[in-house]
Design a protein around this ligand. Structure first.
Ligand SMILES: Cc1cc2nc3c(=O)[nH]c(=O)nc-3n(C[C@H](O)[C@H](O)[C@H](O)COP(=O)(O)O)c2cc1C
Length: 178
């Protein structure tokens, strides 16, 4: 299976990076092929809503790191969103990537992909991640994708605190079994 992992954090060794690493380790141990795209370290311009991509024979006007992501995204059987919670949602670099799905929206809806959400949050209450869970589910339904699992690591604002929980192992097992 081909898997594309999209991360959102500006911390290379942060909490959501640990969940992404454990998920990828599980997926690779199971023999899956993984492509990782760290949105916070890539040049991805925001969608201009210019509509050019919706004209027959045209494509997105931007030439940036999405050109490298796109073939992997389109070919993926599973797309993973690995992100910290920022103001009850996803960080801007990851949202910029999701907004750029617009240029290939109809292609993305055709081959019924599956998706995973890996999220870390400082807040220890489930209600804190409810808006992002809901956003994720709504994006999936809009794209006709299927949810393959969520790991919501609550109460984890540092890598050390996350390492002492069961969440990294949950991410590993999800990667192995997805
Ligand atoms: C701009 C910003 C907004 C945040 N918003 C929230 C929030 O709404 N709820 C929450 O529980 N934690 C929030 N946090 C804390 C992060 O989600 C938390 O520290 C997370 O573990 C960071 O993940 P990372 O190490 O992968 O970057 C916020 C942090 C930042 C920097």
């Amino acid at each position: 299976m081909r898997i594309t992992v999209l991360t959102g954090s500006p911390h290379r060794k942060g909490t959501s990076a640990l969940l992404a690493e454990r998920f990828i380790a599980g997926a690779e141990d199971a023999g899956h092929e993984v492509f990782r795209f760290d949105a916070a370290f890539e040049e991805v311009h925001p969608c201009l809503s210019c509509g050019r991509c919706r004209i027959a024979g045209e494509r997105c006007v931007h030439r940036d790191a999405m050109d490298r992501l796109m073939p992997n995204l389109l070919a993926a059987d599973l797309v993973v969103f690995a992100t910290p919670l920022y103001y009850f949602g996803m960080p801007a670099p990851l949202k910029a990537v999701v907004d750029r799905f617009y240029s290939v929206h109809y292609v993305l809806t055709k081959n019924r992909k599956r998706a995973v959400l890996l999220v870390t949050a400082a807040d220890g209450h489930e209600e804190a991640v409810a808006p992002l869970r809901s956003h994720y589910q709504r994006i999936l339904s809009y794209l006709s994708w299927e949810d393959a699992g969520v790991v919501a690591a609550l109460g984890c604002s540092s890598r050390g605190s996350l390492e002492r929980t069961r969440y990294p192992e949950q991410a590993y097992q999800l990667g192995r079994c997805c």
